[in-house]
Design a protein around this ligand. Sequence first.
Ligand code: DCP
Ligand code: MG
Length: 504
Amino acid sequence: MSKKDHSDKDKNIFKNYFIHVLPVELGKKRMTLFKTQILNKGGIFVDKLSASNITHIVIEDSVLLDSKRCMKLLNGVDLDGLKVVSTLWLSKCLKESSCVDTKDYEMHFPEKEECFVRMDGKGSSTDSDKKRSNNNCSIDEDGKNAKFVVEYSPPKKLKSVELEKYACTQSSNKGGIGMDYNCQVIAELQKLADAFRSNGDQWRAHGYVKAISAIRAYGSEIKTFEEAQSISGIGAKMAAKICEILEMGTLRKVGEICNNEKNQVMELFTKVWGVGPATAQNWSINGFRTLEDLKTKAHLTNQQKIGLKHFDDIQDRMIREEVEEIGTMVKKAALDIEPRLKVELCGSYRRGKVTCGDVDVLITKPDDICIEILIQIVGQLRETGFITDDLVKIEVNKTHKKYLGLCRLPGANQRYRRLDIFVVPQSEYATALMHYTGSALFNRSIRLLATNKGMSLSEHSLTAGIVREGKDILNDGYILPTPTEESIFTQLELQYRPPEERDH
Ligand code: DCP
Ligand code: MG
């Protein structure tokens, strides 16, 4: 073979190979060298591990030896049809100027479904457990030719005592629907939660909201300090407050914090739609004390003007029948525009509450329909006079669109009601449905649980396999299939809770 023939062949040794080199433990110099050599020899160097066209992933040999770490780094990568090989293979190819067979340098994976999180919620099966116990790497005597079977990497298991701390693992009404225990205790603690929220102390407010949720979920009458303290999420300090309410019928702290003019003004002003603690405090400092003061003296945004004008109606909670009537109006307008839309009532209505603060409508569209459909629906409802005021221009949150406004049913003596409409793509249906159903506390809890299991839950998706090394995200993870709410619980290895049990 002539020198030229040889170098031409050399140029093509990686022809049609799309190679990603994992940077872990490689060092910049070696990385650059590998990149240059792959390109010089006819290969394509793929920067992103998440790219779909990769044919070979090259991993530093010492990293490849640590099968557990290796699987973590590759968690979520669809390994079907591609080869994961040691840097030794790449070096050998370059040294021999030919494409060496990868056979002796490859990792060997178990069946694909064993590498990915299972859909049945059982975590690893006995079979895959068996596989795992045999899956250590085997290395030839010369230490070079390594074969690996990679571990199935399930979501992190949490102990049952740890799990109990998450509100989402408990039913919000253990005592049964409609059974109200500890009403006095809850009412007193709610006064503190409201006062702290109005004054901008969200952190303290959240503490009381969480305690109230735990007491509600307890499902029987609390009688003693010990009993209060035995409730998951209630510490000694909160148990002492509960005891004080049980003994005195009231809480001294409520008297100190809530029953003064400053707090009452703050609570009144922050009830106006579009007013937060900072604005309320400013108005309070300016000497405003009543809603009339605000109407006549304060500088108001458009939202606040609407909030003030319909203050009483917005404060009033409506019965379920009215929510249904409003839902029917929105549904009709939506389906007239596009019959393939799915329209559902979410929020407190879906959780079975007897009264609702507003109407939350979730519209799911087939993925091929443009999200602008919300503009048409709102336009149609405005035209008929059903929507009366816009509180917020349509907001975009990635693939979701949201409208917030006021509406009023046709006919005499109807009140103005708050209406929220959310439009989401079909592919995000279940995570969106769960999010807009709430409660807010349930959402916070289940998201935190997902994070602590090495996953990530949002209104858009449930993601697993995010790998971080220090600040670097080595692997963006992958979206788990969640066609139904049940499947989200399954993926998180949680017992399913219907909406009525999520009213935390
Ligand atoms: N949501 C959330 N976090 C927030 C606000 C809302 O996760 N900070 C979600 C959960 C809520 C849903 O959106 O249940 C609807 O919000 P609403 O404010 O309408 O709350 P609800 O419908 O639960 O109660 P209400 O009867 O007061 O409307
Ligand atoms: Mg609501």
